[in-house]
Ligand binder design. Sequence first.
Ligand SMILES: Nc1nc2c(ncn2[C@@H]2O[C@H](COP(=O)(O)OP(=O)(O)OP(=O)(O)O)[C@@H](O)[C@H]2O)c(=O)[nH]1
Ligand SMILES: [Mg+2]
Length: 473
Amino acid sequence: MLSTSKPSTDDPLARVFAPPPNESQRDKENRIRAEQEAKKRSDAIDEEISKQLIARKNSKPVKILLLGQSESGKSTTLKNFQLMSSPKAFRAELPSWRAVIQLNIVRSVRLIVDTITMAHQVGEGYPPLGPEQLKLRMKLSPLLRVEDILIQKLAPNSQHHIKGESTDSVFDNASNAPEAPAVPIRTELTVNSRSTWKTAFKKWAKGVEEIDFDDPADPGRVLFACKDDMIALWSDPIVREILEVARIRLQDQGGFYLDDLPRVAGERYTPTNDDVLRARLKTVGVTEFRFDLGKSEFLGKFGPGASLSSSWHVYDVGGHRSMRTAWVPFFDDMNAIIFLAPISCFDQVLAEDPSVNRLADSVQLWTSIVSNKLLADTPLVLFLNKCDLLKAKIEAGSHFAKHIISYGDRPNTFEGCSNYLRKKFAGIHKEKSPKPRPFHFHFTSVTDSTTVEILRHVQDDVIMQNLKSGGLL
Ligand SMILES: Nc1nc2c(ncn2[C@@H]2O[C@H](COP(=O)(O)OP(=O)(O)OP(=O)(O)O)[C@@H](O)[C@H]2O)c(=O)[nH]1
Ligand SMILES: [Mg+2]
């Protein structure tokens, strides 16, 4: 039988800690002095343990993983981290990005030329080409030769110049694209790691610090020579009509510079920071960017006792479906994940699977990340990205509810659509997280360099959350 002791006023612990009976005044003073010294020693030990705990935490870098489907803006976010932490190094790389931007421009022109050629062959359903368009097409052929030169310079061992082999659809909605003969699609240039392509470029450019404008082999010369013809092609009403019939909206694609041709194809063009953020180079594998957060700035905000490591590692992975299995090994050890969901893609399909709507793919991917048990303790930050494009699309008359049926008859406005999606993503987060965790989100257009301010907020959130979970706050 269990017995319980009677409630007693005689507390055994109080008895242990009570001063000895009949203690003299002198004994009492000695005892108190001894107790104070013992407390001092114990406090010093506690402080040392706490210092060691912080030091251990400090020695590990803060790790951030960028996730999201292909073209969601992961690499662009990484560029913003570079811009924020090392603006000088970012500027030093502008000449290397110049080649990528030139390639993006040439690719846009090639897509137009290929599309009008296809329209010319098909005839029916397309406005006929006149002598003006045919002449422009001929005059631009030297420019198209620059494409292979640029690819070979940027990725000497690549196969990307092989025509007809495709991983990326050029149609914004391939299921609605006209029947064959289709526009020949070129594979996108990919980058295996930041250093590889820049090293390759460095060899060619003999140092990234300076652009050799006087180099007779500089592709910028051909672009400049073709500038007026490119402008004429892009502003030609028949060309625009053909693109519309073929449902090709270059404005919505990465690496779009055709509205800036007078500047970007101008003589002695040097890219701006914003130009670099808009450059498109597909990621294959993993790119890592390390930087050191200014210690003084950090300690000013959080106090010396609250210091995490000031060393940050940001990981950028390829978002193409075939590359997503490579994400898992990174799940283990991250202090936060930034997940990018491009919300302008409600009317687009995946390049790798034209039967899948891009927004639906993002929702599905978000659901699987949120519910992943390996990530149960990892703070997630959601970037509802490409807000600028969503706004432009809606203002141009696209109907959100036509593609996202559940939106019903709510108003077709940017605010309405973006908030609807925010609620959807937040709801999944709440419902599917294995454990409750705070929901952090931002509406972003990461091609805008003001994103740096958002990243500063994210950093503060990551620091606070990790300090709290580590018991250091
Ligand atoms: N207008 C606009 N363009 C954006 C935005 N975010 C990204 N882009 C552009 O979209 C293209 C694709 O962005 P990336 O950052 O390369 O996409 P990613 O997620 O790294 O794609 P993968 O490497 O294929 O996984 C780039 O040309 C970007 O400049 C945005 O918010 N607005
Ligand atoms: Mg990328």
